[in-house]
Design a protein around this ligand. Structure first.
Ligand code: MG
Ligand code: MG
Length: 259
């Protein structure tokens, strides 16, 4: 059952999302060669708490960390380790917050130092997939129109669209109805209505769409070992149109300063 939100609820969700956005901005300032996932995780936990929220993932489904950090062929759900990032890595950082009973949940894939042109293109196309998917989250469309747009764009570039993990409704639970797949045919699933709040999160692989889970029972990796990218925004449908509650502004500002 989809739980539609009032404008007041959406305002709280916007703040929950913005707390994650600012956290990812701090990640952007800090991330680089030699930095470890665990260092980012500790910083993020302290920062979220300083903002009057609590980490959204930690403790949920037994998740041990504030951030989920997935390097190269890791798609999502990587647990923070002490292995430093290396020049040329791409790193998905996914972060959740719980603020006044509502969740924020969004993610960005960072470049470590100079990355290959192939990886740069994967990141660019995945970001475009996110934008194209968001544009479909409007009244008059159905849920599957989002996935259709994402899949068409990714496959045009020869990439694999992960099937086993999907976007989702967001609210007082981190994962609510509806599921928001990153693939599909036009015109399927529920009609999109005002008050819908969802996380759209394309997971796009350079090679096969197939993924496997590591023995840690968390980390999802590509079956062929090729890299994967992941971007996620929180969206509310207001006045028939998608409004992005989260922002990459803080990340972009931090990255611009480092150049
Ligand atoms: Mg999510
Ligand atoms: Mg997420």
């Amino acid at each position: 059952m989809i739980i539609y939100k009032s404008l007041d609820e959406i305002e709280i969700m916007r703040e929950a999302a913005q707390i994650v956005s600012r956290t990812l901005g701090k990640v952007a300032e800090m991330i680089g060669p030699g930095v470890t996932p665990r260092q980012l995780d500790e910083m993020a936990e302290a920062y979220i708490i300083s903002q009057g929220a609590i980490p959204g993932f930690k403790g949920l489904y037994g998740c041990p960390s504030t951030l989920l950090i997935s390097v190269n062929e890791q798609v999502v759900h990587g647990l923070p380790t002490d292995t430093p990032f290396m020049e040329g890595d791409i790193v998905s950082v996914d972060c959740g917050s719980l603020y006044k009973e509502y969740y924020g949940d969004h993610a960005y894939t960072f470049e470590i130092g100079t990355v290959s042109e192939e990886k740069k293109k994967l990141l660019k196309v995945t970001l475009e997939c996110l934008e194209l998917g968001i544009a479909e989250a409007k009244v008059g469309n159905r849920i599957s129109d989002i996935g259709f747009a994402i899949q068409q764009h990714a496959e045009k570039h020869g990439y694999g669209v992960v099937r086993d993990l999907v976007g989702h409704g967001l609210g007082k639970s981190l994962h609510e109805d509806p599921q928001v797949p990153n693939y599909g045919r036009r015109g399927r699933g529920k009609k999109i209505q005002d008050g819908l709040t969802i996380a759209i999160e394309p997971m796009i692989n350079m090679g096969t769409e197939k993924v496997v889970q590591l023995d840690d029972n968390w980390t999802i990796v590509t079956e062929d070992g090729l890299p994967s990218a992941h971007f996620e925004h929180d969206i509310a449908v207001i006045n028939g149109k998608p409004e992005i509650l989260s922002t990459f502004k803080y990340i972009e500002e931090a990255l611009a300063k480092k150049q």
